[in-house]
Design a protein around this ligand. Structure first.
Ligand code: F6R
Length: 336
C-alpha cells in the first residue's frame, strides 16, 4: 500500500496519458455525464462530479447501483468504471446502458467489463492492474477528465495535471514513513484517530468527496469505522447531536477538511462550530488544502488521508492491503 501511495504522482501522469490516447467522438449531443461504479471506482466518479461539476454546462452524476435512472439514454455519456472489471453492479448497469443506447466508455484493468466492451465495440481505457482500486484514484478519475477535454467539454487541463503531479511529489516527502511524527501530518492524524472513532467533515461542492474518501480509506485500510458529513448541512442537524451520551462522544475525533476556496460563509462556520462543540469530543483538527489549481488542491486533501489511514492500520497491527471481507462477500454472492 505504501508503494502504491508513493506512486500516485506518477500514476496521475500515466492516467492522463491513457485517457488522452483514446480516440473519442460524440454520437449525439451530450446532455448528461454519468459514472457508474462502486467503492474505490465510484470515488473516481465523485471526483469528476466535484471537479467537472463547476465547469460543465451539463450535470455530472454518480450511479452506485445495478440499475440506472430513467433519464439515461443516447445523450448520456456514461463511464462504466470498475478497476477489476468484475463488479456485478457495474456489469449490470453497463448492460442497461447498452440497452438504453448511452454513449459508453469503459474504464478498467480488464475482467468481464473489458471483454464485454470489446465485443460490443465500446471504447475501453485500460489502466494498469496490480494495485487496490482505492489506491488507483488517478487511474479511475483522470482518464475521464481527458475524455471530456477531448470532447471539447472541458478546457485544456494538461498544465493542471502536471501541477497536480508536482504537488503530490512534494507532499509525499512530507507524508512518507521516513518523515518523523513532528513534521508528518498523516502520522499525527493517525495517532489522534487511534482507539477512537474518526469523523471527517468536508464542505459541500469541494471537499465533500474527500471526507467520504477519508472515511472509506479508514474502513478499508485500517479496518475501522469512520463517519463523514459536510458543511453547511451538518450545522443543521449533526451539530445538535453532540450532547449525549457523553462517554461515547469522547471517543470521537473530528478532522475538518478546509480550503480557502470554500464558500466564504462556510469558512465562517468552521470556527463557530468548533466553539459550539466545546470539549464534547476527544479532539478536533483541521487539514488545509494547498497547491495551485483545483486538481492539486483536491488531491492535497486526499493524500494526507490516504497516508493517515495506512499509518492507522499499522498502529492497529493490521495489513492495510487485503480487504478479505469484500472478497468474501463477492465470492458468496457469486455462488448464488
Ligand atoms: C478495494 C476497494 C473496493 C472496490 C469495490 C468495487 O480496494 O476499494 O471498494 O473498489 O469493491 O470493485 P472494482 O473497483 O473492482 O469495481
Amino acid at each position: 500500500m505504501f508503494d502504491a501511495l508513493s506512486g500516485l504522482p506518477e500514476q496521475c501522469i500515466r492516467a492522463w496519458e491513457l485517457g488522452m490516447a483514446l480516440t473519442v467522438s460524440a454520437r449525439a449531443e451530450i446532455r448528461q455525464v454519468m459514472v457508474t461504479g462502486l467503492g474505490g471506482s465510484a470515488i473516481g466518479g465523485d471526483l469528476l462530479r466535484i471537479f467537472a461539476g463547476k465547469r460543465l454546462p451539463v450535470p455530472v452524476t454518480v450511479n452506485r447501483d445495478y440499475v440506472l435512472p430513467k433519464f439515461v439514454g443516447p445523450q448520456t455519456l456514461l463511464f462504466a468504471t470498475s478497476y477489476s472489471g468484475n463488479t456485478e453492479e457495474t456489469l449490470s448497469a453497463y448492460r442497461e446502458a447498452r440497452e438504453k443506447g448511452a454513449q459508453i466508455i469503459a474504464l478498467t484493468t480488464g475482467g468481464k467489463l473489458k471483454a464485454m466492451a470489446e465485443k460490443d465495440g465500446v471504447p475501453v481505457i485500460t489502466v494498469p492492474g496490480g494495485i487496490s482500486p482505492r489506491a488507483a484514484t488517478g487511474y479511475l478519475f483522470l482518464p475521464t477528465l481527458a475524455v471530456l477535454q477531448k470532447l471539447g467539454l472541458l478546457e485544456p487541463l494538461d498544465e493542471q495535471v502536471a501541477e497536480l503531479s508536482r504537488h503530490l511529489q512534494a507532499m509525499r516527502e512530507q507524508l512518507k514513513p521516513e518523515t518523523p511524527l513532528a513534521e508528518n501530518r498523516a502520522k499525527q492524524v493517525a495517532i489522534n484517530f487511534f482507539q477512537r472513532i474518526p469523523v471527517i467533515w468536508g464542505a459541500s461542492g469541494t471537499s465533500e468527496v474527500v471526507a467520504q474518501r477519508w472515511k472509506g480509506q479508514v474502513n478499508e485500510n485500517a479496518k475501522a469505522p469512520a463517519y463523514w458529513n459536510v458543511f453547511p448541512e451538518l450545522n443543521h442537524n449533526e451539530l445538535v447531536g453532540f450532547q449525549k451520551p457523553e462517554e461515547l462522544l469522547r471517543q470521537l475525533y473530528i478532522v475538518i477538511l478546509r480550503d480557502t476556496q470554500d464558500h466564504p460563509r462556510v469558512q465562517k462556520r468552521y470556527a463557530i462550530t468548533r466553539e459550539i462543540m466545546g470539549g464534547a469530543v476527544a479532539g478536533m483538527d483541521e487539514i488545509e488544502a494547498t497547491g495551485n489549481g483545483d486538481l492539486a488542491r483536491l488531491y492535497s486533501l486526499i493524500y494526507p488521508g490516504d497516508y493517515a489511514s495506512v499509518y492507522l492500520a499499522l498502529l492497529y497491527g493490521i495489513d492495510p492491503g487485503p480487504v478479505k471481507v469484500i472478497d468474501q462477500l463477492k465470492a458468496r454472492l457469486a455462488e448464488q
